[in-house]
Design a protein around this ligand. Structure first.
Ligand code: SAJ
Length: 406
């Protein structure tokens, strides 16, 4: 079937917006990517990228060179508007983990003057139940003449950082329109670049499904993290325990770590808790278990450091997970900062994926850190750390939160 090329405005050029905008552009759509960050806009217009994600640089360069992708700080008129801005949490009326929809609202208000009858507005940002209805309300409250004329749908992003380009194409997509016409229209657009199934539903079910996916993972990681604390208490190797248990045909335990980070799994379950505080007991507890893990690691380091007169602590990794540069909600970074604040010892920090201008403390090359550290604290399982020769660890206290140095 011949697909019709559209003019698409993508609001937000971060980890989701930029890959989506570039993918659409390489499929022949005319795409305007909009971001409040002028530096990011300039970088993209020169065919380069401002974030690290495998192969994204190639995709963006080809999208910009084709003339189909342009970036700007201001939206324009178009056929479809995709909102892909952050949805963090904030404190509201004593609830410290309430969803912060200010970016979604600001992006919606920014496109309102450019909307025309028949336009499609897609919310990709992970959002609490009811947000697609909210953006539609904002639109028609500002421009009542558009009531009944604008299609709105939620199409939650589901891509895994580190594998975004592959998952953008291969993953199934959920589309929840405010009505069937909106779902059908959005479905046509996603078919232009998705190989996965396109699954149609209503907007609230789509919103909750996305939150449920990340909560499922959070609960399962909490199980692994709780196991790691239990095993430590019983002096049993957690990695071996999990790997043995996972040999059961219906058991698949995830991996413990220093805590759960990132802008998704550490945040989204709270949106369910906020909507159903009395019902979401397991989901809330899982968040608390995962949020407690960094403090448990810090206590372990402090206990070991107390054995040294002037301990040198080598921290390996500060990103929220392996092989990316993203430090949002990173438990590793929180641990390093708290050890610095409490002056637990001389800290050496190494992260091969983080450039020096992204942090306000010095970074030490791996070789030097391995030479000088008394205590080695592995926080992120970056590929580079998997190659550390075990005989270099012989005289060191090793606290390996990821089970890499075995
Ligand atoms: N983690 C563990 N143990 C594990 C797996 C992960 O401690 O066994 C930790 C990671 O180190 C990291 C955190 O959990 O700190 C989250 O990492 P992740 O790889 O599980 O997930 P994200 O945040 O990179 O991406 C998730 C994905 N959701 C699911 O897998 C259900 C992705 O598909 C979503 O698109 C993304 O959230 C999002 O944007 O919502």
């Amino acid at each position: 079937m011949q697909r019709i090329s559209q003019k698409i405005v993508v609001m937000g050029l971060g980890y989701i917006g930029l890959p989506t905008a570039s993918m659409l552009a390489t499929k022949g759509h005319q795409v305007l990517g909009v971001d409040v960050n002028q530096k990011a806009v300039d970088t993209i217009n020169s065919g380069r990228i401002h974030i690290i994600e495998p192969d994204l640089d190639i995709l963006v360069r080809s999208a910009v060179n084709s003339g189909n992708l342009k970036a700007s700080t201001e939206p324009e008129e178009g056929d479809t508007f995709i909102i892909a801005v952050p949805t963090p949490f904030m404190e509201v009326d004593g609830n410290p983990k309430a969803p912060d929809l200010s970016y979604v609202k600001a992006a919606t208000r920014a496109i309102v003057p450019y909307l025309r009858p028949g336009n499609l507005v897609i919310l990709e940002s992970t959002s609490p139940v009811g947000t697609t209805e909210l953006i539609h309300r904002i639109i028609v409250q500002t421009r009542p003449e558009l009531d009944g004329q604008i299609h709105a749908a939620h199409c939650p992003e589901r891509v895994l950082p580190g594998h975004i380009l592959r998952e953008l194409v291969d993953n199934d997509r959920i589309i929840g329109g405010l009505n069937k016409a909106a779902s059908a229209k959005a479905s046509e657009l996603y078919k232009s670049f998705c190989n996965g199934a396109i699954l149609l539903t209503d907007s609230k079910t789509a919103e909750l499904s996305k939150l449920v996916e990340n909560s499922f993972r959070d609960v399962n990681i909490a199980f692994a993290n709780e196991l790691s604390v239990i095993c430590d208490h019983l002096d049993i190797n957690v990695w071996e325990t999990i790997s043995l248990a996972n040999r059961h045909p219906r058991v698949n335990i995830l991996q413990p770590g220093p805590g759960v980070g990132g802008h998704c799994i550490a945040v989204d379950p709270w949106f369910i808790v906020s909507s159903a505080p009395d019902q979401a007991r397991l989901i809330r507890t899982a968040r608390q278990v995962n949020d407690a893990k960094p403090h448990w690691v810090i206590d372990k380091v402090k206990a070991k450091a107390a054995r040294f007169k002037e301990p040198v602590i080598g921290c390996l990794g500060i990103t929220f997970k392996a092989n990316i540069d993203d430090m949002r909600e990173s438990p590793a970074l929180d641990i390093v900062r708290e050890l610095q604040r409490d002056q637990v010892g001389k800290l050496l920090v190494c992260d091969p994926n983080v450039s020096i201008d992204k942090v306000d403390f010095p970074l030490t090359p791996l070789k030097q850190l391995l030479k000088e550290a008394d205590i080695l604290l592995l926080l992120v399982d970056h590929a580079e750390f998997k190659d550390i020769a075990l005989d270099t660890l012989r005289d060191k206290v090793v606290i390996d939160t990821r089970g890499v140095l075995r």
